[in-house]
Design a protein around this ligand. Structure first.
Ligand code: ASP
Length: 313
């Protein structure tokens, strides 16, 4: 039987309002989302691995200043850049994750190297840096990651003593600009990857859901691949990505039902704002969000490309 391929990506969910979005920003976001999803899809069409497809897609967004991952990451309270990333491959349930890393241009590459070249799943801060050095990673100066927009966002949040704004100065001030990808390859492998700078004004080595397998990222062949974005404190407690997979595995829910249940159920009731992308073993894609928007794109099993921003699209 012909094995379908498909891919979906996100560039973060949250409060994204039409009235605050300039035409220039909208075009730049849509163009980069399309570039990202096509980068991942071209790996799949060449017979490449689902994990490699997710990495190719995520790297495009890490390299863009428009998203909160790699270049363009949000700033910590101490005006530093501390990034988190994770990847899971569904064939053998292998996974790799890093948290609180500095100076690594593409954190998703380091998470992938943890998965492939270490005996561990999750490395943090200084230890992850030493592992990166041992694996020959180049370090870039912190100034590479910092954008004026993130400096202004930090100052604005410090004034209010918040780590999420209640009033928007930028169209995506309350958008959680984490990036992620899920892919299904010609071998039937599912993979998921997520990368983030976390939340603006974070303190004390705060880590969100993005690098946590089963919260921000999850993939298992024959079932589903999931990447999430939102307020990590809620997504960790509801184990969002793993819960979605469990609903499909134990309750036989389809990907649409399971994803809607997870995002609009107890998570929403608790106040957990955000969204997710999910891709099942047949290549069926679902985008779920309880926020006003989520930057997202997909190429489905028929090769149809879609790129969207708002929840009502
Ligand atoms: N989930 C991320 C975190 O809490 C934030 C985001 O989605 O942008 O670190």
């Amino acid at each position: 039987m012909h094995q379908p391929i498909s891919i979906a990506i996100h560039g973060g969910a949250g409060t994204i309002l039409r009235e605050n979005m300039s035409d220039e920003l909208k075009k730049a976001v849509l163009d980069t989302l399309e570039e990202s999803v096509r980068a991942g899809y071209s790996v799949l069409t060449l017979g490449g691995d689902a994990g490699d497809a997710t990495i190719a897609a995520v790297k495009v967004m890490e390299d863009s200043p428009l998203f909160n991952a790699g270049k363009g990451s949000v700033l910590t309270h101490e005006e530093r850049i501390e990034m988190d990333a994770s990847i899971m491959h569904g064939k053998h349930l292998n996974a790799g994750a890093v948290a609180g890393i500095k100076g690594i241009k593409n954190p998703i590459e380091l998470a992938n190297t943890v998965m492939k070249k270490s005996n561990h799943v999750f490395l943090i801060a200084d230890g992850a840096q030493r592992f990166a050095e041992s694996q020959g990673f180049d370090f870039v100066d912190e100034s590479y990651f910092i954008t004026q927009r993130r400096v202004e966002q930090l100052n604005s949040m410090k004034e209010k003593g918040l780590f999420a704004l209640s009033e928007s100065k930028y169209p995506d001030d309350r958008k959680h600009g984490t990036v992620g990808a899920v892919a299904l390859d010609m071998q039937g492998n599912l993979a998921a990857a997520t990368s983030t700078g976390g939340v603006t004004n974070k303190k004390y080595g705060r880590v969100g859901d993005s690098p946590i397998i089963g919260a921000g990222t999850h993939a298992e062949n024959g079932n589903v691949a999931v990447s999430t974005t939102g307020v990590g404190e809620f997504f960790i407690r509801k184990q969002v990505a793993g819960d979605l997979a469990a609903r499909m595995r134990y309750l036989n829910e389809d990907v649409h039902t399971a994803a809607e249940h997870v995002i609009h159920g107890e998570l929403e009731a608790m106040g957990g704002e955000g969204g997710l992308i999910a891709l099942d073993a047949t290549g069926d894609i679902h985008f779920a969000m309880n926020s006003s928007g989520m930057y997202r794109a997909a190429i489905d099993i028929y090769g149809n490309v879609s790129v969207k921003i708002y929840a009502d699209e």
